[in-house]
Write a protein that binds this ligand. Sequence first.
Ligand code: ADP
Length: 250
Amino acid sequence: MNSAPSEPLYQLRQVSKVYNGRQTLAVDGLEIARGEVLALVGPSGAGKSTLLRLLNFLEEPTAGTIRFDGQSYSAGQGVPLRARRRVTTVFQRPVLLQRTVEANVAYGLRLRGGRQTADLAQRVARTLEEVGLTAMARAPARTLSGGEAQRVALARAMVLAPDALLLDEPTANLDPYNVGLIEQIVQRLNREQGATIVLVTHNVFQAHRLATRVALLLEGRIVEVAGAERFFTRPQDPRTAAFVRGDMVY
Ligand code: ADP
């Protein structure tokens, strides 16, 4: 069932989303390669989170087709649960269970893992190590700082080894130290495990630090998508240039 590794993980064609009669998103075409970090930037209300929800198959597009790992899903077919299970989103504000750190990380794995739970404890321990929370494994999640809680949320997503990890403003509420830690984890995940990552961020500096490619969304449309270097130094569209300069008010 899996497609050739050279085929992009995602291919979107004429994908749109309408809420209450208003078109929120209209993506004519977008490909996301395996193993890339794609940053989605743009002002608030541009449709970035809506696009992430479609990429996670949490909602259906109003029209169009999303091809994911060699299989096409078209509007009107219902949300494909099989595809949804292979993608995970980390949101801006983590919602943790009132249990220990390790129980939080194990929870999703247990839900998705079915019979493959034999090595669960080991996988949880390894993932906690990757996010630097081994010492807090038995701590109640409610005692964590915001940065630690976000690292638990990241660990909870990572332990599932998703085909795509979607990050929706994952560091928006954090102090610089924790922003740095989260960025290091994301970079390692991408470089060492080849994870495909889509990152929504307001922060162009963060996009610069992490992304392979950057896409600017404005009013639901992709204005420009380019390699990070070109996006920041030689943008083709004047609106991208304005955004990169910080001239765009949002
Ligand atoms: P961004 O993430 O770029 O800030 P969003 O994707 O959250 O943008 O929102 C884009 C637009 O779609 C906004 O105008 C928002 O109010 C609207 N929108 C998003 N989700 C819904 C929804 N579930 N119902 C109605 N309108 C929505």
